[in-house]
Design a protein around this ligand. Structure first.
Ligand code: BV8
Ligand code: ZN
Length: 239
C-alpha cells in the first residue's frame, strides 16, 4: 500500500488538474449512514423504494418522514479528515473539481468550494408547483410543507431514481472528468448511474484513476490503483 500511496501522492503533486468523485463512504466516518451499509435500511424500506417520484406521489408524508429522519441523523455529523483532505487538495492543485453524489452537505461544511452536487442536497426544498428552491434545514418541518409563494407541496431538492440529473451539472462534471490528470474515486459502491460510469469516462480520457474504498467494487478492476481502507485515514496520507 505504501508504494501505491507514494505513486498517487507523486501524481497529485505534479497534477495541474485533478478531480474527486465521492459517495456516502466518505461521510461514513462522520457518522452519516451509508446507503448500502447496515444502516441503509430505514424501517425496512430500501432507498430505491423511497427515493423515487412514484413513492413521493403515492405517500409524500412517508417520504418526508424518511428525509426528516435523515436530516436529524446528519445534522450532528461533522466533516471528517477525508473531507478536509479534499479541501487541502483543492487549495494546492490549480484546477480541482469535487463531484459528489452525497446530499449531506459535509463537503461544503468542510470548506470545499468547487463542488458539483450530482444528486442535489437534503438541506434545500423545491416547490412541486412553481419550482422555487429554498434552503431549509428544519429537521421538524411541519407536514405538509407548502411553498411560501404558490402554496403547493414542497419536496426535498434531491435527484430521485428515475429522475434526470441537472444537465448543466452533468456537463460540468463531464468537462472536469475529461480534463483531469488524476481522479480520486472515494467511498462509492459504484452502483448508481450515471455517477458509476464517471470513473470510466475519466479513464478513457487519459486520467490516472485511483479508488479509495473499504472493499472492492465493480470499478476496482478498471482503475489504475485501488487503495483499500478508510477514506479518513488514506486521503490525509496523500497530501
Ligand atoms: C437517471 C439522492 C435517467 C437521493 C440518489 C435499472 C433499473 C432501474 C433504474 C436503473 C437501472 N439502471 C440504471 C438505472 C437508473 C438509476 C440507477 O442507477 N439505479 C441503480 C439502483 C441501478 N439511476 C437513476 O435513476 C439516476 N437518473 O438515470 O436518469 C433519466 C434520463 C433522462 C430523463 C429521465 C431519467 C438518478 C440516480 C440518483 C438517485 N439518487 N441519492 C437521496 O439521497 O435521498 S442515489 C444514492 O445512492 C446516493 O446519492 C448515492 O449516489 C447512491 C450510491 O450510494 P453510494 O454513495 O455509493 O453509497 P453506498 O452506501 O452505496 O456505498 C458506500 C461505499 O462506501 C461502499 O462501497 C463502502 O464500501 C464504502 N465505504 C464505507 N465506509 C467507508 C467507505 N469507503 C471508504 N472509507 C470508509 N470509511
Ligand atoms: Zn411554489
Amino acid at each position: 500500500m505504501d508504494k501505491l500511496i507514494t505513486e498517487v501522492k507523486d501524481r497529485l503533486q505534479r497534477a495541474k488538474c485533478a478531480a474527486a468523485l465521492t459517495g456516502a463512504g466518505i461521510s461514513a466516518e462522520s457518522g452519516v449512514p451509508t446507503f448500502r451499509g447496515q444502516e441503509g435500511l430505514w424501517k425496512n424500506f430500501r432507498p430505491e423504494d423511497l427515493a423515487t417520484p412514484e413513492a413521493f406521489a403515492r405517500d409524500p408524508k412517508l417520504v418526508w418522514e424518511w428525509y426528516l429522519w435523515r436530516r436529524g441523523r446528519i445534522a450532528p455529523c461533522a466533516p471528517n479528515p477525508a473531507h478536509h483532505a479534499l479541501v487541502t487538495l483543492e487549495q494546492r492543485i490549480p484546477d480541482f473539481t469535487l463531484i459528489t453524489q452525497n446530499v449531506d452537505g459535509l463537503h461544503r461544511r468542510a470548506g470545499s468550494r468547487n463542488i458539483l452536487h450530482l444528486h442535489g442536497t437534503i438541506w434545500e426544498v423545491r416547490c412541486t408547483g412553481c419550482g422555487r428552491v429554498e434552503e431549509n434545514r428544519d429537521p421538524d418541518l411541519a407536514y405538509p410543507p407548502l411553498c411560501s409563494g404558490c402554496k403547493k407541496l414542497l419536496r426535498p431538492n434531491v435527484v430521485w431514481f428515475g429522475e434526470a440529473l441537472d444537465p448543466a451539472i452533468l456537463a460540468r462534471a463531464e468537462e472536469a472528468l475529461n480534463k483531469c490528470e488524476v481522479l480520486l474515486v472515494v467511498g462509492t459502491s459504484a452502483v448508481v448511474q450515471p455517477a458509476a460510469s464517471m470513473a470510466l469516462w475519466a479513464k478513457r480520457a487519459g486520467a490516472y484513476v485511483v479508488e479509495i474504498n473499504l472493499e472492492p467494487t465493480p470499478l476496482s478492476r478498471a482503475v489504475d490503483s485501488s487503495l483499500q481502507g478508510k477514506a479518513g485515514e488514506i486521503l490525509p496520507r496523500l497530501l
